[in-house]
Design a protein around this ligand. Structure first.
Ligand SMILES: N[C@@H](CCOP(=O)(O)O)C(=O)O
Length: 498
């Protein structure tokens, strides 16, 4: 049976998987979700011995069933191979009392590689399947990690261009340098004078502009997305939750069927929604811990049922989570409304007009799969510091948020902390936490990311990833910055539409 996808804001807007992937976002502003959520018999007696590639194939063929199994296998093999520096792709490690799922072994050192290694393949195959000959322009907003991973994935992919907008004062120096040095004849990265929310709002507005869409079509182009708003970005992320559980079984940390928690550093709500989808598929999950930094809009939402973005936006040491409008929450809201597209659209309109909405008590009752908390800047440093002192394991600041919130909530079930980035993406912050006091004069955290790399390597003993070697002196190829109001004209200029 084919799995169709419909928009959270108009259920009559229905697509196949490949069409939804090609489109990225629905024209009505909604996000595509499965019409009938697929079911899977997760047999961990067998799955504990499965490779990452086998589990990814299983998940993708279940959700994206207008691709053939052989197409999926080919794409999976191309995506999860040499670009990862660990054969397991997503190793699971025991660190003190928790289990850490390392999702940063791809090309750009962040969990975004887990899906953005395969999305370009899905996109190309989807274009072929649907006879799309237009150029596909991947319009992306990033708070640091998605942008680089998306560019690395789509660089020089035929029939595509990729444009990335990032907050020029809101990413780490390493993240900025990774993006600004990206090679490829089809990539364009633009710094904006605003924050991630402003970038994402402007990107969504371009997707929803009928006028721009028509102009694109007249010029043989169409937009798609590399953000987790695209179902083709989200579903590949379901695979690593199933793989993590299989590894927990294999490592004899749990018995088959035992429920576990995942603590997920959360910004745009894509990663934790993928975990929720894994639970819906049948993964034995007790609760999902939604861990935020000081931008704790989601913590308040899960505690009170009120989503309110009218608050200060903080630039933190975990910049990829500096987000006040978490796009994928819309997919959860749609479920909480019992798949009522009109009610979902109304709440999301309230959010964009008034900056807040409130869900009903019965809707709030359905949130029991989640629990939420947040970590302050100081708690992040303390979490990195004490974890290193006790276990010699080094967290990046985002993972430290997840670990800190896990410790605050102290659940009784076994918990997997989802590690979303390599500490080498944020070396100054990590060094500040682990550098012995007596060493804090030279090459210290205050000198910035690049001077912190060597000290971090020496103190932690962590191998320096390939992606960091030579990064400081790599040629900067992108210099464009614009104001938020100029984002659309920059897109039109780059694409030759104006
Ligand atoms: N954390 C992100 C923000 C965009 O999230 P996405 O998962 O929807 O792409 C980033 O690093 O850019």
């Amino acid at each position: 049976m084919t799995t169709f996808y419909h928009s959270t804001r108009n259920k009559n807007n229905r697509k196949t998987a490949s069409q939804a992937i090609l489109q990225g976002l629905a024209e009505d502003g909604g996000l595509f979700v499965p019409v009938n959520f697929p079911q899977l018999d997760l047999d961990f007696k067998t799955l504990q011995n499965a490779t990452y590639q086998e589990i990814a194939t299983l998940v993708l063929k279940t959700f994206f069933d207008d691709f053939t199994e052989s197409e999926i296998r080919t794409m999976v093999d191309a995506a999860y191979g040499k670009k990862f520096d660990q054969p397991e792709i997503a190793p699971l490690k025991k660190v003190g009392g928790v289990h850490v799922l390392e999702l940063f072994h791809g090309e750009t050192l962040a969990f975004k590689d887990m899906a953005l290694s395969i999305l370009p393949h899905l996109m190309q195959q989807a274009a072929q399947k649907n006879g799309v000959t237009r150029e596909i322009v991947i319009l992306t907003a990033t708070s640091g990690d998605t942008g680089k991973a998306a560019m690395a994935g789509f660089a020089d992919v035929p029939q595509t261009k990729i444009i990335v907008f990032y907050p020029k004062n809101g990413v780490s120096p390493i993240q900025a340098q990774q993006m600004l040095t990206q090679q490829g004849g089809n990539v364009h990265v633009v710094g904006i004078d605003g924050n991630f929310d402003q970038a994402q709002t402007a990107v969504k507005a371009m997707f929803n502009s009928t006028e721009l869409r028509e102009k694109m079509a007249q010029n043989g182009k169409q937009f798609s997305s590399a953000n987790s708003m695209n179902i083709g970005r989200l579903i590949p992320q379901v695979a690593y939750y199933i793989y993590a559980y299989a590894q927990m079984v294999k490592q004899k940390q749990i018995s088959i069927g035992e429920e576990i928690n995942f603590s997920v550093p959360t910004g745009n709500f894509g990663n934790i929604l993928a975990a929720y989808y894994a639970k819906k598929l049948g993964l034995p999950v007790h609760q999902l811990i939604c861990a935020s930094n000081k931008n704790n809009v989601l913590t308040d939402f899960f505690k009170s049922g009120r989503y309110d973005k009218n608050r200060a936006f903080h630039v933190t040491s975990s910049p990829s989570m500096d987000i006040l409008v978490s796009s994928n929450l819309e997919r959860l809201i749609f479920e909480l409304t019992k798949e009522d597209d009109q009610a979902t659209a109304k709440l999301l309109t309230e959010l964009s007009v008034d900056g807040h909405y409130e869900i009903t008590a019965p809707m709030q009752d359905k949130l029991k799969d989640f629990v939420a908390g947040w970590a302050s800047e100081d708690e992040i440093i303390q979490e990195i510091k004490h974890t290193f002192e006790e276990t010699h394991y080094v967290f990046d600041p985002h993972t430290a948020v997840a670990s800190s919130v896990y410790h605050q909530l102290a659940p009784t079930q076994k918990t997997v902390v989802v590690s979303t980035a390599s500490p080498y993406k944020f070396p100054a912050v990590v060094l500040e936490a682990i550098q012995p006091k007596e060493e804090r004069t030279s090459s210290s955290a205050a000198d910035g990311d690049f001077s912190a790399v060597a000290a971090l390597q020496r103190i932690s003993g962590l191998a320096l990833p390939e992606a960091i070697r030579g990064l400081e002196t790599a040629t900067v190829r992108h210099h464009t910055t614009v104001k938020v109001e100029q984002m659309q004209s920059e897109v039109e200029r780059y694409l030759g539409l104006s």
